[in-house]
Design a protein around this ligand. Structure first.
Ligand code: NAG
Ligand code: NAG
Ligand code: NAG
Ligand code: NAG
Length: 393
């Protein structure tokens, strides 16, 4: 009798336990389900800007989030003594550090642009003149609207840039290189091309950097003349043999005379040399020339020197970027992960001697001015040193 009661008791306890386990799992799965559902709902409402039951982060919310991100990112940034972030952000009436790289297609500007973008707190205006296509801007009629676009961007004024934004919506690489903006574009595509959002977002960043492959230096001089911009300009130069070799492999270049004709490239290089002489005299503290080959052979030292000129702190993130992008050959043709010491001289093995001679003949003046040495003969190419010194006088 006793034994039967015990068994009965144990059975009751066991059943209660099983029921409890069952309920708790049901609760748990309900919890998971509702939690997961809320998350999907939140994501969708952000994606489509629908209301559902969750409030949409407003433009002000995203701006305020980005402000926090910038503060965090600049935690270890050293501003010049006595300065703080607010002295550099337009949103607080400050003056940003503005840097513009002027160059041409396939001259190493992706590398230099990414070095600048590695600085925390950088807003990177990548190739703002993409909509002009593969065309060099040397004067009227394109020069004026092009320079006005650059000035508006450097002032974070998107109000009159409808065609720029329209182009960007269907060619997103206008923005993808601007990594800090693109992070938010991916989450809030509804705001990404909105000039009201961009005006506020851009003004949060203390460092405004830009690169363009389409402007002759003479046209870019307008930027230096605008005192309110206080911009610094870097002219990035590359050996025409290297530039033309690299362009051969881009499908957008052949057939476009400003891109595939050595004559046009080297005429522009001569014109840029003349402008450089003038700018060096008139704006010696805000204008610099840099050769891609020198940068590649000695990246750490050249970048430190360049940053001093620009007024940028050589942050550990920049050092790390250089370390990881200058030692090995990784990735495809557009990758900036490469052995920086051999990349500029790849033309030596990729061009045949007829091609080299053609470029050297057409580009004789440009090469002399910028310190590039002609080869003697076909067997000389492999081992000769193509670089010498140059002077801007
Ligand atoms: C979303 O909510 C706001 C107020 O919270 C309201 O003004 C707006 O009309 C709503 N939009 C839609 C599409 O329901
Ligand atoms: C933005 O640019 C437009 C013309 O390009 C000008 O009318 C407007 O005043 C500018 N806005 C600011 C805030 O500077
Ligand atoms: C050199 O390359 C060009 C263009 O790729 C080609 O047309 C030419 O035949 C080549 N010449 C020699 C000698 O291989
Ligand atoms: C090529 O040029 C180098 C350097 O000037 C010279 O030493 C060599 O003899 C030349 N070779 C031929 C085949 O002309």
């Amino acid at each position: 009798m006793v034994r039967r009661n015990e068994i009965f008791g144990i059975s009751i306890v066991a059943i209660v336990c099983l029921l409890l386990i069952g309920f708790s799992q049901k609760d748990l799965s309900n919890y998971h389900r509702s939690h997961r559902y809320q998350q999907i709902e939140l994501e969708e409402s952000l994606r489509y800007n629908n209301n559902y039951s969750v409030p949409i982060p407003s433009i002000e919310d995203v701006i305020s989030l980005q402000k926090t991100l910038i503060y965090r990112e600049l935690n270890r940034y050293q501003f010049p003594a006595g300065d703080s972030l607010e002295d550099y952000t337009m949103s607080t009436g400050g003056k940003p550090v503005r840097t513009v790289v002027i160059t041409t297609w396939r001259s190493g500007s992706t590398f230099l642009g990414d070095i600048l973008n590695a600085v925390p707190g950088t807003f990177y205006h990548y190739e703002p003149l993409l909509e002009y296509d593969i065309v060099r801007i040397r004067g009227p009629p394109n020069a004026e609207p092009a320079v006005n676009t650059l000035k508006s961007l450097l002032k974070c004024n998107y109000s009159d840039l409808q065609s720029y934004l329209q182009y960007g919506m269907s060619h997103v690489y206008l923005f993808t290189h601007n990594t800090r903006l693109w992070d938010q574009c991916e989450q809030y595509p509804g705001y990404c091309w909105n000039s009201n959002f961009l005006n506020q977002f851009c003004k949060l960043f203390p460092f405004q950097s830009m690169k363009s492959v389409r402007l002759n230096l003479e046209v870019a001089e307008d930027l230096l003349e605008d005192k309110s911009l206080n911009v610094k300009v870097i002219l990035l130069i590359r050996d025409p043999r290297g530039t033309l070799q690299s362009r051969k492999h881009r499908d957008w270049c052949p057939g476009k005379p400003d891109c595939d004709q050595p004559y046009n490239l080297c005429n522009d290089m001569v014109s840029d040399y003349r402008s450089a002489v003038k700018l060096k005299r008139r704006h010696s503290d805000r204008f610099r020339v840099l050769r891609y080959e020198d940068l590649s052979l000695n990246p750490q030292e050249i970048v430190q020197d360049l940053f001093e000129f620009l007024g940028l702190y050589f942050h550990s993130k920049v050092r790390r970027f250089l370390d990881s992008h200058t030692r090995f050959n990784i990735g495809g043709v557009s990758s900036t992960f490469r052995d920086s010491k051999s990349a500029p001289f790849h033309w030596k093995v990729d061009l045949n001697y007829t091609e080299i001679q053609t470029i050297e003949e057409v580009c004789e003046d440009a090469m002399k001015l910028w310190g590039y040495v002609r080869s003697k003969n076909a067997s000389d190419v492999k081992d000769f040193k193509p670089l010498t010194t140059y002077e801007i006088v």
